[in-house]
Ligand binder design. Structure first.
Ligand SMILES: NC(=O)c1ccc[n+]([C@@H]2O[C@H](COP(=O)([O-])OP(=O)(O)OC[C@H]3O[C@@H](n4cnc5c(N)ncnc54)[C@H](O)[C@@H]3O)[C@@H](O)[C@H]2O)c1
Length: 374
C-alpha cells in the first residue's frame, strides 16, 4: 500500500481533529493509500507535547520553515488564524508541498486569488476544508437534485448556525477580531461550509443582498478588561442563482448567534415535484417531499452510507470525526486520481468564488443595495 506523509501547521482545535482522523485511518476499507502524520508545527509547547500521543510523528517544531524543509512531508494541512493563511499557504506551495488548506482560504478575496494563482503557477494540488457534504444526508440531497426528480426549482436554503456567542460574557478570541479573522467575520468562519454543496451543484449567485449583524461589540479580554469584538456575528445573504433559464432564490445563513444551535449545518432544496431537507440537528434523518395526490414529507433513517467504505456497521450513525476522515479520504483520492464520481473537497476556484460572494455581501450591506456578481 502506498504511504503519503502529512505535516500539520497549527495543532489547535482542527490540527488535533485531523490527527485523530488519521489515527484511525485503518477503519477505511478497500482504500489503497495510507495517510500518515509525520510532522507537526505549533507555537505552543503544550500542543507540541500533546502530539507525543501520536507515535508516527517524528518532527515537532515551533518553526514552520523547519517542517517545510522536511523532505519526508508530501502534503501540509494548515489550521492557523486567517491573517496567517496567505503567507503560510504560499510558503507551503513554494516549498514544493501539496496543500490541504483550512477555510476561508485567505483573509479576503485578494489573498484567496493570490493563493489560487500560485498553486496554478507551481502546479500543486490544493483543496480546502469543508466536511459536512460528506455526511450521508447531504450526499442524498446531491443525488436527489442531480436526478432531476425535484422538478422546477422554487427555492434553495443553506446555513450553518452556532449559538455560544449569545453569551456576552464569553471571552474574546481571534475569531471575533477583524485583524485576525478578517472583515468578512462570520462569513469567513462559516461561509465555505454553506456554499460548498450549492456551488458544486452549479448554483453560483448572480446577485446578493446581505443583512449583516454585529450586536456584541466588545467582550472580556480574559485579563479583567474588555476588548473590541468587531466582526460580524450573523450574515443572511439573499442571492439569486440561475437553474436552467430560471432565476431561483437561494438564501444562505451564517450565524454565531442562533438560539439553541450548536454547529447546525443544513440544506433544503424545494421544487415543484419534490423537495429534500437535511440538517445535522437530526444527523441520520433525510426528509423528502412528494406530491402524489396528497402532499407528504417522508422521513428516512440513514445509516453509515459514507462515500468511502469503512468497517463501521451500515446501521450506525456517523458524526463529526467520521466526516473529517471522509473529507480527508476524498482529498487523498482526488490527489491520487481515484475519486471517480464521488464528491470532492472545495477547489481553489470555489474558495475564490466564495470570497467574491462575501466581498459583494460587505458592499451590499454597506450601500444597502443588491450587488451583481460577475
Ligand atoms: N473545518 C472546520 O470545521 C473548522 C472548524 C474550526 C476552525 N476551522 C479553521 O481552522 C483554522 C484554525 O482554527 P482552529 O479553530 O483550529 O484555531 P485554534 O486557535 O484552535 O488553533 C490555531 C493554532 O495555530 C497555532 N499557530 C498560530 N500561529 C502559528 C504559526 N505561525 N506557526 C504555527 N502555528 C501557529 C496556534 O498556536 C494555535 O494552536 C482556521 O482557518 C479556522 O477557520 C475549521
Amino acid at each position: 500500500m502506498k504511504t503519503v506523509k502529512l505535516g500539520i501547521i497549527g495543532g489547535g482545535l482542527m490540527g488535533r481533529e485531523i490527527a485523530s482522523a488519521l489515527g484511525r485511518w485503518f477503519a477505511l476499507e478497500d482504500y489503497p493509500v495510507h495517510l500518515e502524520l509525520v510532522a507537526v508545527c505549533d507555537l505552543q509547547e503544550a500542543l507540541l507535547d500533546w502530539f507525543h500521543k501520536v507515535p508516527t510523528v517524528r518532527q515537532r517544531t515551533q518553526e514552520y520553515a523547519e517542517l517545510l524543509a522536511n523532505p519526508d512531508v508530501d502534503i501540509v494541512y494548515v489550521a492557523v488564524p486567517h491573517d496567517l493563511h496567505e503567507r503560510i499557504y504560499l510558503d507551503v506551495l513554494r516549498a514544493g508541498k501539496d496543500l490541504f488548506a483550512e477555510k476561508p482560504f485567505g483573509i479576503d478575496l485578494r489573498a484567496a486569488e493570490a493563493i489560487r494563482d500560485e498553486a496554478e503557477t507551481l502546479g500543486r494540488f490544493v483543496r480546502c476544508s469543508s466536511e459536512f457534504p460528506f455526511l450521508p444526508g447531504p450526499q442524498r440531497v446531491v443525488e436527489a437534485v442531480r436526478s432531476g426528480g425535484l422538478g422546477t426549482l422554487l427555492e434553495i436554503r443553506a446555513g450553518f448556525l452556532h449559538s455560544s456567542d449569545l453569551d456576552p460574557r464569553k471571552p474574546i478570541n481571534w475569531k471575533r477580531q477583524v485583524t485576525h479573522c478578517g472583515e468578512i467575520g462570520v462569513m469567513g468562519d462559516l461561509g465555505i461550509h454553506v456554499v460548498h454543496l450549492p456551488f458544486r451543484l452549479g448554483w453560483r449567485p448572480e446577485s446578493v443582498h446581505a443583512q449583516l449583524v454585529n450586536l456584541v461589540t466588545e467582550r472580556p479580554d480574559g485579563r479583567g478588561g474588555m476588548a473590541p469584538c468587531d466582526t460580524w456575528d450573523n450574515a443572511i445573504l439573499h442571492t439569486t442563482v440561475s437553474v436552467g433559464d430560471l432565476p431561483v432564490p437561494m438564501t444562505l445563513e451564517m450565524k454565531r448567534m442562533a438560539p439553541g444551535e450548536t454547529n447546525t449545518w443544513y440544506v433544503e432544496v424545494a421544487g415543484m415535484e419534490g423537495a429534500v431537507r437535511y440538517s445535522t440537528k437530526e444527523p441520520k434523518t433525510l426528509w423528502s417531499f412528494r406530491r402524489d395526490g396528497e402532499q407528504w414529507w417522508r422521513k428516512t433513517d440513514l445509516g453509515f452510507q459514507t462515500p468511502f467504505k469503512t468497517i463501521t456497521g451500515g446501521i450506525f450513525e456517523p458524526g463529526f470525526p467520521d466526516v473529517i476522515q471522509q473529507m480527508l479520504a476524498a482529498f487523498v483520492a482526488e490527489r491520487e486520481g481515484f475519486l471517480g464520481d464521488r464528491f470532492g473537497c472545495v477547489t481553489p476556484e470555489e474558495a475564490v468564488a466564495s470570497h467574491a460572494l462575501f466581498a459583494a455581501a460587505l458592499e451590499s450591506h454597506r450601500n444597502q443595495s443588491v450587488v451583481p456578481l460577475g
